[in-house]
Design a protein. Sequence first.
Length: 79
Amino acid sequence: MQTLTLKVPPEISNWLNKRARELNRSKSEIVRQALVAQQNGDNFESVTARAGDLVGKYAGSRHSSDKRNLKGFGSWKRS
């Protein structure tokens, strides 16, 4: 493997050190995984960012708080 040297701000360095200890992995392994994820196009956007214009779309509409529309919302039924 080739060696890559990079400079990072202290807060990132501190986070990387802590994360490496938590995972019992080397800092290099964590950085390699992050680079591979970027190369593969893995998306690290938040759910809110991915939902985009859907967030709050029904806020304030007559459908958003109508109890008939919310009946059973969040319940889980076994098949």
